[in-house]
Write a protein that binds this ligand. Structure first.
Ligand code: ZN
Ligand code: ZN
Length: 644
């Protein structure tokens, strides 16, 4: 008999060789019908794989990420089967699950697939899904695996097998399709009830532009038809909120191939918006004792050899820049930390000076493959709202608490109501992967866990996900469409203080090493603005909106009054635009609504005579007519509330 421990801590005994599916059945057939995958001792298993030793068991239903992954990966096999049936001789690259659905990269030879063909593939998939095809796993020796795919003529799979170790190779078969695959998979295809193939793209084999371009087919599947319907509505809404589209409409940023891929150009309204966000954070940071620093955009290669970045990331970075005479090598700054370490070293530090908090909106440059670039979320140059906190080991927890306060304040002010925090710890079984002493790790990890608990964060703990140099706390926000984005991060670092030989004189006059904390509440300005635009659909909170008010004249006769009102607002530091075009008021309203301006004011004869404005809120709510001073107060009050 073996002992199975459930998430609630209860323990049951089963025969050795029992499967997660059997266990679910022993609890209730209903549960078994809903379960899609299982984690056994933390590893995701096929439901029918025998369990032969004492284990912890978690059964995964659709709601769990693990289940979705298995579901979508299985769906990619289902799609592959349909493709092979419809396009005999087709060759397969890889077909993983992704955040929302799955894809498969295929080599169609001289054939082509267009959007018009997707329906037929979906129908074939539905037909196979209904057959309830079992996913059957088979372990195979490397030679046999190679033989199978050589005979099939699938050079991509052969290339994959080449890189695998004998004794760790398995095949999965559903219906007529057999794939080289580690698994795990669903029990059978019958749970796949709703199928949608979403798009077709090109993708180089293994992401290398020297290789052949394969056809990537994306899709998504669900266990219920209604879930697919909801997803499609969401997708439509997401398209409308795409920050690349909004950025253009609101004239916030642009890209130019002549400037270079992945290098955003901030337009005046966007630059203003970014400034406002930075000023907002600077003000908060000042309250928390941060000190501003400014460092250059490049640094000597030696700096990054010292920091270890060159060894770690050098191969994937922009190549060094050399001076024409001396042949000195410089790198575009990939991160700000090494520069800040040198600022710490610029004079002797005492335990009384700590913590020291250096903050900089530092622009960094990282090479991303052109295919990976995406709007403002994946770029080659971006500005981090960076700060490095140098503290004594006994100050970590307090500093963490303060950073959490800042991050939560930022989320609240920008209307991100839902967020999760993830604590990443090291894997105690694999200590060689990490640097730093056991004692320091224990201290830092418990400091983070305690700080998160003290701040009442809803945290998940992930073992083995820490950076090699220290544990961290990451924040994921949920946007208005329920999508998750990673934003703020706080990381403890023992590595850089060591490499840069940072010191302070302790109370006992001995030299001690400070601990470094990296933190960025926004993450980067580019990414944050992108997330904010998609979250708010471009309807930014009043305090942040590029234009807070537009004054529209009812006809040309009132343009002078409109101009006067506008000037008055600007004196009060309210960002007001004027719309004095010779257009109908209906058209003016429509077009200014499109610009997502929070307040639309109309001035005509009545208003000009009485010194009032007619106030409309973005979205059409009529606030009524009021004195100009009254309106100024209304706006000021609203902004105060948003920021406090
Ligand atoms: Zn697979
Ligand atoms: Zn850093």
């Amino acid at each position: 008999m073996i002992k199975i421990t459930f998430p609630d801590g209860s323990v049951r005994e089963y025969e050795s060789g029992v499967s997660a599916y059997d266990i679910a059945m022993s609890i209730s057939p209903r549960l078994a019908a809903d379960v899609l995958a299982a984690s056994v001792n933390g590893a995701v298993y096929d439901l029918e794989r025998p369990i032969t030793e004492d284990a912890t068991l978690k059964l995964h239903k659709w709601e769990d990420e693990e289940a979705k992954k298995v579901f979508w990966h299985s769906s990619s096999h289902l799609m592959a089967e349909a493709l092979e049936t419809l396009y005999p001789g087709i060759k397969f690259g890889i077909g993983p699950a992704i955040d929302n659905g799955f894809y498969y990269d295929v080599d169609l030879g001289d054939k082509q697939i267009t959007d018009a063909d997707l329906k037929a593939i979906e129908d074939k998939m539905t037909e196979f899904a209904r057959q309830g095809q079992h996913f059957v796993r088979k372990d195979v020796p490397k030679a046999e695996a190679m033989k199978t795919f050589t005979e099939k003529g699938d050079q991509y799979k052969c290339e994959l097998i080449e890189g695998l170790e004998d004794g760790h190779i398995s095949f999965y078969t559903n219906g007529t399709f057999t794939d080289l695959c580690r698994g795990p998979h669903l029990r059978d295809t019958s749970v796949i009830k709703a199928i949608k193939l979403t798009s077709i793209a090109g993708a180089y084999w293994r992401g290398d532009e020297h290789n052949k371009m394969l056809t990537r087919i994306y899709g998504i599947t669900f266990p219920k038809k209604s879930m697919l319907d909801e997803y499609l509505v969401l997708l439509e809404e997401a398209k409308k909120r795409d920050h690349r589209k909004l950025g253009k409409e609101l004239e916030l940023f642009t890209f130019s191939n002549r400037v270079g891929q992945g290098l955003p150009l901030w337009l005046p309204k966007g630059a203003d918006l970014r400034d406002r966000l930075q000023e907002f954070l600077k003000k908060v940071q000042k309250r928390y004792g941060y000190l501003p620093v400014i460092t250059p955009h490049i640094g000597s290669k030696e700096l990054y050899v010292t920091s270890g970045h060159w060894a770690h990331y050098g191969a994937d970075s922009f190549r060094p820049i050399t001076t024409p005479q001396e042949g000195e090598e410089y790198l575009l700054k990939p991160m700000n930390c090494p520069h800040h370490c040198e600022i710490y070293r610029s004079k002797p530090r005492s335990y009384r000076d700590l913590p020291l908090r250096f903050a900089e909106f530092g622009t960094v440059y990282r090479y991303e493959q052109s295919g990976e670039l995406h709007g403002l979320t994946r770029v080659r140059g971006f500005t981090q709202d960076d700060a490095h906190l140098f503290c004594r080991p006994d100050q970590i927890k307090e500093e963490f608490c303060k950073v959490i306060d800042i991050i939560l304040y930022v989320f609240k002010t920008l209307d991100f109501k839902e967020y999760e925090a993830q604590v990443s710890l090291r894997d105690p079984e694999d200590k060689e992967k990490y640097i730093g002493t056991d004692e320091n790790w224990a201290k830092a990890e418990s400091a983070i866990i305690e700080a998160a608990a003290e701040k009442g964060l809803n945290t998940t703990v992930k073992t083995g996900e820490a950076a090699f140099y220290g544990p961290k706390l990451d924040f994921m926000v949920k946007d208005a469409l329920g999508r998750k984005w990673q934003l703020g991060t706080i990381q403890v670092d023992y590595n850089l203080p060591e490499r840069f030989e940072l010191e302070y004189i302790d109370s006992d006059d001995k030299r001690s090493r400070p601990v470094m904390i990296h933190r960025a509440p926004f993450g980067s300005m580019e990414r944050f603005v992108a997330v904010l635009l998609e979250h708010t659909a471009g309807k930014l909170p009043l305090w942040l909106a590029p234009e807070q008010v537009v004054v529209m004249s009812l006809s040309e006769k009132y343009n002078d009054f409109a101009k006067k009102v506008c000037d008055l607002f600007n004196n009060y530091e309210i960002r007001a635009a004027i719309d004095d075009r010779n257009e109908t008021i209906g058209k003016k309203i429509r077009e200014n609504e499109m610009k997502r301006i929070p307040y639309l004011l109309i001035v005509g004869e009545k208003e000009a005579e009485a010194g009032t404005v007619s106030v409309r809120k973005q979205g059409g709510v009529n606030v009524g007519t009021m004195k100009i001073e009254e309106f100024v107060k209304l706006i000021k009050d609203e902004i105060y509330k948003q920021l406090n």
